[in-house]
Design a binder for this molecule. Structure first.
Ligand SMILES: *[C@@H]1O[C@H](CO)[C@@H](O)[C@H](O)[C@H]1NC(C)=O
Ligand SMILES: *[C@@H]1O[C@H](CO)[C@@H](O)[C@H](O)[C@H]1NC(C)=O
Length: 243
C-alpha cells in the first residue's frame, strides 16, 4: 500500500520537476520567511469535520503540518501492559497561509498528511513537495515540556511568538480513510487540546490535531522494545481569541 502511494508520488514529482524550476517562488528555498498573523477566515470554513467540540467563539490563527515522531515506552516482557506515551517531536510547516487562498484547498486538505508521511523517509522528495505547494515555511515545533504537549511557533513574528501549552480535552478515532502507519496500525487519533493553567501566550489557546497519518501505538507491549518512535504526520489547527 505504502509503496504504491510512494511510487505514484515519485512519478508525479518527476513529471512536475521541469516546470518547478520556472516557478518564481523557488528562490525562497532554504530561507523560510517568518510569518505574521494572517486572516484565515476562508480556510476556517473548511476545517475537517469531526465529532470533537467546535472552537466556539475562537478564531483560526494557524494551520501547521506536523511531520515527526510519536514516542512510546513499554515494560519489556509484560504482554498485557499498555504502551505509554512519552512525547512527540514534530516540525510544523505553515500550510494554512497558502491553503487559505488556494481554490483547490478543499480537495487537498485530506491528502496532505498521508503524502507527507509517505515522503518523510525521503527528505529531498519531501522538501520538493513542500516547496511546490508553497508549504515550506516553518512555523515552529511541537514537543513535550515534561508531560505537557507544547506548540512553540517561534518562527512567527511579531514577538511574543505564539506558544500553546495544552491538555487533552477530547479524542476521536481517525476516519477509516486516514493513511495507516508503516507498521500497519490505523492513524493516531484526532484530538482537541486546550490551554493548561493559562500559560499559553501570543494569541493562541486551542489546538486540534486532525487529518492524522501513522503515529499510532499497538494495544499491548507484546513484542515491543522499551522505547521506540513511530513516524507520523498530522495537521494542527491552532485557534485563539478573536483579534
Ligand atoms: C503487567 O502490566 C499490567 C497492566 O499494566 C500490570 O497490572 C501488571 O502488574 C504488570 N506485570 C508485571 C509483572 O509488572
Ligand atoms: C522523541 O524522539 C525524538 C527523536 O529521537 C527525540 O529527539 C525526543 O527527545 C524524544 N522525546 C521524548 C519526550 O522522548
Amino acid at each position: 500500500m505504502k509503496v504504491s502511494i510512494l511510487s505514484t508520488v515519485v512519478a508525479a514529482l518527476s513529471v512536475l520537476a521541469p516546470s518547478v524550476h520556472a516557478l518564481p517562488s523557488w528562490p525562497s528555498y532554504g530561507k523560510p520567511e517568518p510569518r505574521g498573523n494572517t486572516n484565515l477566515a476562508r480556510l476556517a470554513l473548511q476545517a475537517p469535520k469531526s465529532t470533537l467540540p467546535a472552537p466556539t467563539g475562537l478564531q483560526l490563527k494557524f494551520v501547521g503540518l506536523g511531520i515527526g515522531t510519536q514516542n512510546y515506552t513499554c515494560q519489556v516482557g509484560n504482554d498485557t501492559a499498555a504502551p505509554g506515551t512519552t512525547g512527540a517531536l514534530a516540525k510544523l510547516y505553515d500550510i494554512g497561509s497558502r491553503l487559505n487562498t488556494d481554490p483547490m484547498s478543499q480537495w487537498k486538505l485530506n491528502t496532505i498528511s498521508g503524502l507527507a508521511l509517505s515522503l518523510s523517509s525521503h527528505p529531498k522528495l519531501l522538501d520538493g513537495y513542500l516547496m511546490m505547494q508553497g508549504y515550506q515555511r516553518v512555523l515552529g515545533e511541537h514537543f513535550f515540556t515534561q508531560t505537557t504537549p507544547t506548540f512553540s511557533l517561534y518562527k512567527v513574528t511579531p514577538l511574543p511568538f505564539p506558544v500553546a501549552f495544552v491538555t487533552k480535552d477530547d479524542v476521536m478515532d481517525a476516519p477509516k480513510t486516514a493513511c495507516p502507519g508503516q507498521d500497519g496500525l490505523p492513524a493516531i487519533q484526532w484530538v482537541k487540546l486546550s490551554d493548561k493553567d493559562g500559560r499559553s501566550q501570543g494569541g493562541v489557546n486551542t489546538v486540534y490535531r486532525l487529518e492524522t497519518a501513522g503515529g499510532n501505538k499497538p494495544a499491548t507491549c507484546k513484542g515491543q522494545k522499551a522505547h521506540w518512535e513511530v513516524p507520523y504526520a498530522a495537521q494542527y489547527w491552532v485557534y485563539g481569541p478573536k483579534s
